[in-house]
Design a protein around this ligand. Sequence first.
Ligand code: ZN
Length: 215
Amino acid sequence: MTLQLGAQNYSAQRIFCIGKNYAEHVKELGGRAPGQPVVFMKPATCLVSPGETIRMPAHGNNLHHEAEVVVLIGTPGKDIAESDAASHIAGLTLGLDLTLRDVQSDLKKKGWPWEISKAFDQSAPLGTLTPYGDTLPLDNIPFQCSVNGAVRQTGNSGEMLFAIPYLIHFLSGIWELKEGDLIFTGTPSGVGPLEMRDRVTLHSDLLGTFEWTLA
Ligand code: ZN
């Protein structure tokens, strides 16, 4: 998928996702705060543009919305220092890490990988990117997720257990980050089920408003 950022195009590469990155969300799932970032991935073929219809996946019953701040890497790098992390960011937006919660719970119990609960087709709706500049405060991005007009999740990037610069530092210690890589940075509390015909809206005063409908 091609990601547009102003006049520039990026070819989407890997989608890194961070789990358990907000204390209140860790609590609502009954877990414990991790000692290091919890990382999983989705293929770039999971991305869905704003306004596109999302089909309910058939292999589970409890599809949850997870609203997240998403980072687009513009400058490649390996072993990036936290202090230098911001210079590798090209853009920011909001996205949904759609999760089949019933399937995930079952996989967790078995100790199996999460892919079929997290990385299915259309599991990564992504908003339009805003160029990252000095005016966007990485540690103070307020955002919310509404379903049919009712607010379900309210968060702020400042509440992350592992902040964006640290996530870039951590991931780049394992993978050489590429232009076009995306990082879904984790979800605040308030995750919940979506039903057929629901309208999901992501909003941030700093990043815009994006909407999807389930069919
Ligand atoms: Zn998530």
